[in-house]
Each structure stands twice: as structure tokens, then as C-alpha cells.
Design a protein around this ligand. Structure first.
Ligand SMILES: Nc1ncnc2c1ncn2[C@@H]1O[C@H](COP(=O)(O)OP(=O)(O)OP(=O)(O)O)[C@@H](O)[C@H]1O
Length: 631
């Protein structure tokens, strides 16, 4: 079996990290590299790179353990074409028994490289992250005792007064939940009013206590800039007391910056040195991975509120975990328990009778569901909007209905291009050249950045004829043939995406900018900040970066553009899921074009992101919901 591991490594099914971790664990345990222990260690490490927090061994029995060639955001360039014998999961009893003999496999709570909790096998660090996140959230699930309910009732009535009679205003419900509790999620699709609602929530909190220390944050620089702009915009439209308005922060930072991550690795704020905050709002929470969530919660004082904003139907984080999905029950209907229904009724947030109708319990109450406010009405997409309807059908897994919509000429904001088995539909490169030609013709970099923000090519995968690398190559070649860019490594007009965190320069993984030649002849990099401001960095200072005419859908999370071309591969594969297609479509505000193959699109709509984790269960979602999330 030691040869097995090496062959898996050589054929790209096992990353070097997993291979060396397995050898390390095997040596430390005094067993061979061909042991079941080494194979299990390799498996956990490998699945972790692919996004799983743990491996449920019971699910692996009799199944090929390293089935898929690696195609993740973390990437792997090995050539997987060669066939290799893939080991199968052994019988559960003997598997568990063999793991239990190793001193390097601990039980729950142990400090060990691997932890076995029931039949879930974790990298030790990840078991602790999961445990910390669950404990910190569960500790915040009660209603706040010192709430001034009369003041909140009056505030809710004042700020949310436009629901049609007899209808539930879900924004008002979400606001009541977020003010009444120390932990809340406000989840909804694009334009459902998450930012509008949270600005009102902050106003209501400041009416409770004008000395609240509030911070706004998001996982990426782009998302933080969008939150900054959105909060400033929404504040302008609200009839609030000037003193309250002035206390609502306008500046959002990245979570990394908030926590004070530095070049020495660890964050400045943590359990020993908590953030000086009473309330933290985190936008684009679907991008939160488990380790970052654990660090964030460790740094948040016990009394402080956490409000997560996001779209639970979006793609999960690049790194391991599906924190928002686990908290919100993997797309399950959110049903409130009886005490919550009474509390919301008493606050005038929604009538108990209507809430009971939509919240009818067919199972035991899930306390964590009471912390979730779901916004259900998009104020951006009109009912007849193609994008809105397409996103809803994809999200519901109704692939055939989505295809019917794409074929309907009545919807001018959604288009379909048929991929060819051997490569892209030729219109893709023309699409990109037409859009990108516009920013390249702009006279100055501020106008160019604004024009570049209007349209983007997004792809599901990195490699192959439909991948980001090939798209970037082909688009650059076309622009060069048109005389719009010079060739070479770095050139005027090249879009770049930073691929690492550089704390000294202040640029972070996912930041996107343009290289631009200034009137003094120097080529510099420019990155957009909120409200039309830009950051200038010399090309020499620019951290590791990649060409960004095309991005993966993963990297596009937290951005919105007027127009999107979504390139799906011809063949269905593990990466193309319902969440990926939904996320790609919902990056577009005005028009989306999808290039793909019908069969692969339909297969993608049927497939859910599958991430093994114990968090949903720790938070009290039943085994049925956990299984659903993995279905
Ligand atoms: N209750 C409402 N009635 C009418 N319009 C609303 C309402 N709530 C929000 N809007 C409008 O809908 C638009 C989207 O709102 P907002 O930006 O708050 O949504 P979001 O969910 O944060 O959007 P995003 O998808 O960009 O994250 C804004 O123009 C906002 O003014």
C-alpha cells in the first residue's frame, strides 16, 4: 500500500501535503507507510484540501477513497490521466479498531494530529476549530436579557412600515432576531435587503445603547469595499436621528485586518486579547471557512453580538468548511420554535398566527434556527427578470425548468452558448474582447477600473479548454491581435488578481486591480477602494498575482458585475454544482451568458456541494438535516 500512496501522489489524486502528513503520522505511530493508518491520514488531509472538515468513515466503507483528481482552488498541476488502483474504504469496525491503536489518533478533546469522534475522523486542529465555533455560537443562542423591549417594539414599527397587510415583513422579523439575540444570521439572495436591514438593526441597537462599539467586516477586500459603499448608501436613505446615524460605522475592513494578522502569522486579537467591540457585522458570510470563523469567534468578547450577512445558497468557502450552510441547515425551511414565535409577536415583528402557519413544526424545534432571519423577496430583480428566475430554478435544482427559461427568447437578460466537446464556443472570446476593449480604451486608470468592474468572465475550473488559464491566454491573445494590449509578462491594461496576503503592502488574496502606465512612463498597479478611490502600488511591490480576465466562480464571490459570462466545462465533473452555477449567475446584475453543455448543466443543477462536517449536528440540527446537506 505504500506504493499506493506514492502512485496516488504521482497521478494527482493525493496532494504532496497529504502524502507527507501520512508518512509523518505513520512514522510517529511506528507503523509502515502502507498501513491503514497512513492511508487514513492521507485521506483526511486530502479531503481537507478539498473542503471537508472531516471524513465520515461510515460513508466511505467499500467506496473508492481517492476518486477524484484534485481540482480545487488550492490547485494541483499533476497529470491525472494515468489510471491507478484506488483503495476502497475497509469495514468500519476493523477501521475504527486499527485507528484506535495509534497514539497519534486521539478521542474528542485530545491534542493529537488526528481525532476520531464517533466515526468522524478529523485533523486534530480542525476538530478543535469546529468545537470552538459550536461552543461560541451555542453560548449566544438565548434572547438578550437586558433588552429594552418597548423601545425595540417602537423602533421596529418606525423603521419597518411597508409590509402589505396580512403579510410577514421578513426584514422586520430578521431585524427583531438580530437585535434580540447575541448571534444572528441574516440570509437572502441578491437584492433581498440584507444591507438595508442591517443598517436598521444597527440603528435599533444604538437606540438600545448609544455607546455600542460596532465594527463591520467581510472576508475579502472587495467585499469590504462593497459593504462600505452599501452602508453609506443605505444610511442616506433612512429617516434616522442624526446622532444615531453618526454612530453607525461606514468603514468595513477585511476580517484579517480586523483581527490584526501580521507578517509573523498569528492574529493580534484572540482569546487573550479580545477585540474592543460590542457588535460585529460580517458580510458575505458564505465565504467564511471554519478556521477563520474559529479565530474570529475566539477574538470576540463573550458579551459581543455577532451578525452574519450572506446568501446561504452560495458556494461554500474556498478553504475547509461550509459554516453558513451548517448554521442555516443546508437550505432547510427555517421554522421557529414556539417561544420565538411568541417573542416576535410581542415585539410586533410579525403576528404569531401567521408565523405559526409558515413555521409549523413537523420536527423538534432547532434552537439555532431561531437565530436565522431569512429574507425572501428580491427588491433588485423584478418578478419577470430572467436572472432572478434562472437563479431561483437552479437553486431549487430544477435544471430542466432553468434550461426552458434559457431557451425562452422573451428573456433578454439571459443567454446560452453551446460548448463544443473540444473547446469553447467561439463567441466567448469575442464577448470578452468586446467588454474588455472598453476599459482598455479609457484615458485614465480611475475610469478604466470603473469600466473593468462592469463585466467579467467566470469559469468553474482552472485547467483544460474551459478553464481559467486557457481563457486568460485566449483573451489576451485576442486583445493583443486587436492592438489593445502589448504582449509580455506585465503590460499596460493587464488585470491582475493578488493570490496571497501581503500585510506589509496591504494587499490580500482576491484583490483585483489593473496595471497602468502613468504619464511619467512607469507601469504601476492600481486597486479600487470604496467610492471611486484607488490604491497605487509599484509593480515591484506587487505580491504574487495572476492574470484576471477570467476568474473562478469561487474567486468572484463578494463581487457583483453588470454582465457575466459563465463558462462551464463540456463534461460534468465534481466541481460543477448547483451552488457554483447559482453563485456564478447571481454575480450578474443585468445580464448573464452561460457557455456550457446541456447535459453537464443539468447534472450540475442536480449536484449539491458536499462537505463533511460535524458542525450542523453540534449546533442541534438533526441527523436528517446533516444527511441532507451531504446528499
Ligand atoms: N423593503 C424594501 N422595499 C423596497 N426596496 C428595498 C427594500 N429593502 C431593500 N430595498 C432596495 O433593494 C435594493 C437592494 O437592497 P440591499 O442592497 O440592502 O440588498 P442586499 O441583500 O444587501 O444586496 P446584495 O445582493 O448586493 O448583497 C436597494 O436598492 C434597496 O434600497
Amino acid at each position: 500500500m505504500s506504493d499506493d500512496l506514492r502512485r496516488l501522489l504521482e497521478t494527482g489524486r493525493l496532494a504532496p501535503l497529504g502524502y507527507y502528513f501520512a508518512r509523518f503520522v505513520a512514522r510517529g505511530s511506528g507503523v509502515g507507510e502502507g498501513s491503514l493508518l497512513a492511508l487514513s491520514a492521507a485521506l483526511v488531509s486530502q479531503r481537507n484540501l478539498q473542503g471537508d472538515v472531516c471524513v465520515d468513515l461510515a460513508e466511505q466503507v467499500g467506496r473508492p477513497l481517492f476518486e477524484n483528481e484534485i481540482e480545487t482552488e488550492i490547485g494541483n498541476d499533476a497529470d491525472g490521466a494515468e489510471s491507478v488502483a484506488i483503495p476502497l474504504g475497509p469495514a468500519l469496525d476493523s477501521w475504527l479498531a486499527e485507528l484506535a491503536t495509534s497514539p497519534w489518533v486521539g478521542g474528542p478533546g485530545a491534542e493529537a494530529p488526528l481525532i476520531l469522534d464517533g466515526h468522524r475522523l478529523y485533523l486534530g486542529k480542525y476538530w478543535h476549530f469546529e468545537q470552538q465555533v459550536a461552543a461560541a455560537l451555542l453560548a449566544r443562542l438565548e434572547w438578550v436579557a437586558e433588552l429594552d423591549r418597548a423601545r425595540l417594539t417602537e423602533g421596529l414599527a418606525r423603521l419597518f412600515d411597508d409590509a402589505p397587510a396580512g403579510e410577514i415583513d421578513w426584514q422586520r422579523v430578521a431585524a427583531a432576531v438580530a437585535v434580540g439575540r447575541r448571534f444572528a444570521v441574516i440570509s437572502g439572495g441578491p437584492g433581498t435587503g440584507k444591507t438595508t436591514t442591517v443598517v436598521k438593526v444597527l440603528a435599533l441597537l444604538l437606540e438600545q445603547d448609544p455607546h455600542q462599539r460596532i465594527a463591520l467586516a467581510a472576508p475579502t477586500g472587495k467585499a469590504a469595499a462593497r459593504l462600505t459603499e452599501a452602508v453609506r448608501g443605505r444610511k442616506g436613505g433612512l429617516a434616522l436621528d442624526a446622532a444615531v446615524l453618526a454612530r453607525i460605522p461606514e468603514e468595513a475592513s477585511t476580517i484579517h485586518r480586523l483581527l490584526g494578522f501580521g507578517r509573523d502569522g498569528g492574529p493580534r486579537y484572540g482569546r487573550e486579547n479580545p477585540l474592543p467591540l460590542d457588535c460585529l457585522v460580517v458580510d458575505e458570510a458564505s465565504m467564511l471557512d471554519l478556521p477563520l470563523t474559529a479565530r474570529l469567534l475566539a477574538a470576540l468578547p463573550a458579551h459581543a453580538r455577532l451578525i452574519l450577512l450572506g446568501d446561504r445558497d452560495q458556494l461554500a468557502s474556498v478553504e475547509a468548511g461550509n459554516v453558513l450552510g451548517d448554521i442555516t441547515g443546508h437550505g432547510q425551511e427555517i421554522r421557529y420554535g414556539p417561544a420565538q414565535v411568541e417573542a416576535l409577536d410581542a415585539l410586533g415583528a410579525a403576528p404569531a398566527g401567521r408565523l405559526r402557519q409558515v413555521s409549523a413544526q413537523d420536527s423538534a424545534p432547532r434552537p439555532v434556527a431561531d437565530a436565522v432571519g431569512l429574507l425572501r423577496v428580491s427588491h433588485r430583480f423584478r418578478a419577470e427578470s430572467g436572472i432572478g428566475a434562472l437563479a431561483a430554478r437552479v437553486n431549487a435544482g430544477a435544471g430542466e425548468a432553468a434550461v426552458a427559461l434559457l431557451d425562452d427568447p422573451a428573456h433578454e437578460d439571459i443567454d446560452w452558448l453551446d460548448a463544443r466537446p473540444d473547446g469553447l464556443h467561439p463567441a466567448c472570446i469575442a464577448w470578452a474582447a468586446a467588454r474588455y476593449g472598453r476599459y482598455l480604451r479609457e484615458p485614465d486608470v480611475v475610469a478604466a477600473l470603473r469600466a473593468f468592474e462592469l463585466a467579467r468572465v467566470l469559469a468553474a475550473v482552472h485547467r483544460g479548454p474551459f478553464g481559467v488559464a486557457e481563457l486568460n491566454r485566449a483573451i489576451a491573445a485576442r486583445l493583443q491581435a486587436q492592438g489593445l494590449i502589448a504582449g509580455g509578462e506585465e503590460y499596460h491594461g493587464k488585470p491582475v488578481m493578488v493570490t496571497t496576503n501581503d500585510y506589509e503592502v496591504g494587499l490580500f488574496n482576491g484583490d483585483i486591480g489593473l496595471l497602468w502606465r502613468d504619464p511619467d512612463g512607469a507601469l504601476r498597479a492600481y486597486f479600487p477602494l470604496a467610492d471611486g478611490q484607488v490604491r497605487r502600488v509599484s509593480v515591484r511591490q506587487l505580491p504574487e498575482h495572476a492574470c484576471a480576465y477570467a476568474l473562478t466562480v469561487h474567486k468572484s464571490q463578494g463581487s457583483e458585475l453588470d454582465e457575466v459570462l459563465l463558462v462551464l466545462p463540456y463534461e460534468p465533473g465534481p466541481v460543477v454544482t448547483r451552488e457554483l452555477i447559482y453563485t456564478g449567475i447571481t454575480r450578474a446584475r443585468q445580464r448573464v451568458t452561460i457557455q456550457g453543455h446541456r447535459a453537464a448543466f443539468l447534472a450540475g443543477c442536480r449536484k449539491r456541494v458536499r462537505r463533511a462536517s460535524g458542525l450542523a449536528e453540534r449546533l442541534g440540527w438533526g441527523i436528517d438535516v446533516v444527511a441532507d446537506g451531504l446528499a
